[in-house]
Design a protein around this ligand. Structure first.
Ligand code: ZN
Length: 315
């Protein structure tokens, strides 16, 4: 092949390359939708990961924890994204009314139906909320505090979609945060009435009927004392999956908040622990396997073997 023919080939293949690139990408650019807001963390700090004390979807006695807690006192709280002020309520607005659980609160609306809420704020309404209708991503919207139902200064913040019908795990939507400890599957318990007993792997127990079993699981985050919630949970009883859910989002469905897998709070928690279920232990060996992951998708698994003697019910 002569060099001029070869050059022609090179030019032709370049042209073809550009034609293919244009065909593939041009329509996407033309059809570009307004993109999802670019969320940023509401509190600044290099050690933020160590200050996250509670995560989304944890148990709060009788309901899901619907946001994320950052330990913080009198620090500037920033808007998660560009948006406008949807609502704000400060104790100073109603000095004679009892303080609400959320304390001083600000709600912002963002593109595509996203909303964000900031709870327990300190003092008075910030100038940016008092005087402006619109906020930019990162604008200060208040100071972290300890107002309302809060033990110790912290920011509780909430991320929602569909104007609040869906609540989201902020960890999945904000810039990635360090989490070095995998979840720790600590103890299995059997509840008989108001009492509960720890069951160790290999224990022998006598039961007359089905009792609720619970399991304590903590995610250390950066250190074990953080004791955060988990991202997903699967419970396998005697080889059969009896429960499988993630905690990525909560949807309001028939008057109840449910995970996207359809589980309500009562399905997943009992006495502040993860509920294995009201399982019918058979005589002989029973296996309870727990599989879970954290916000960094670090996985943990543990199987408890329980040797059961069935006793007759005397009622
Ligand atoms: Zn909280």
């Amino acid at each position: 092949m002569s060099s001029s023919v070869r050059n022609l080939f090179t030019v032709a293949s370049f042209l073809l390359f550009f034609v293919i690139i244009s065909v593939f990408f041009a329509p996407r650019v033309l059809r570009a939708q307004p993109s999802k807001p670019n969320f940023q963390w509401p509190i600044e700090g290099f050690d933020l990961a160590a200050l996250i004390t509670s995560t989304f979807g944890e148990s709060r006695k009788d309901h899901f924890h619907n946001g994320l807690d950052i330990s913080s006192v009198l620090q500037p709280v920033h808007s998660l994204a560009d948006g406008y002020v949807l609502y704000s309520r400060y104790a100073e607005d109603n000095p004679f009314e009892e303080e609400r659980g959320s304390g001083n609160i600000v709600w912002l609306a963002h593109d595509q139906g996203y909303i964000s809420g900031y709870y327990h704020l300190a003092g008075s309404r910030h100038e940016n909320i008092r005087t402006k209708q619109n906020v930019k991503s990162g604008d200060i919207i208040g100071l972290s505090g300890n107002t309302g139902h809060s033990s110790g200064g912290h920011l509780h913040f909430v991320l929602g979609k569909d104007y609040g019908k869906v609540l989201l795990d902020p960890m999945s939507h904000l810039p990635k945060m360090d989490d070095i400890m995998p979840p720790q599957i600590a103890n299995l318990f059997i509840h008989v009435g108001e009492k509960f007993t720890n069951i160790n792997d290999g224990d022998n127990i006598n039961v007359s009927k089905a009792f609720p079993l619970t399991v304590s699981i903590f995610d250390g985050g950066m250190k074990n004392s953080q004791r955060r919630g988990i991202r997903d949970l699967e419970i396998i009883f005697n080889g059969e999956t009896i429960k499988k859910t993630n905690f990525d989002s909560l949807l309001f469905d028939n008057g109840k908040w449910k995970t996207s897998n359809g589980y309500s709070f009562e399905d997943l928690f009992f006495k502040d622990r993860y509920l294995v279920g009201l399982v019918n232990l058979k005589a002989g060996e029973n296996l309870v396997k727990i599989a879970t992951g954290d916000f960094n998708n670090q996985r943990s698994e543990r199987t408890f073997s329980i040797n059961v003697t069935r006793t007759s019910t005397r009622e």
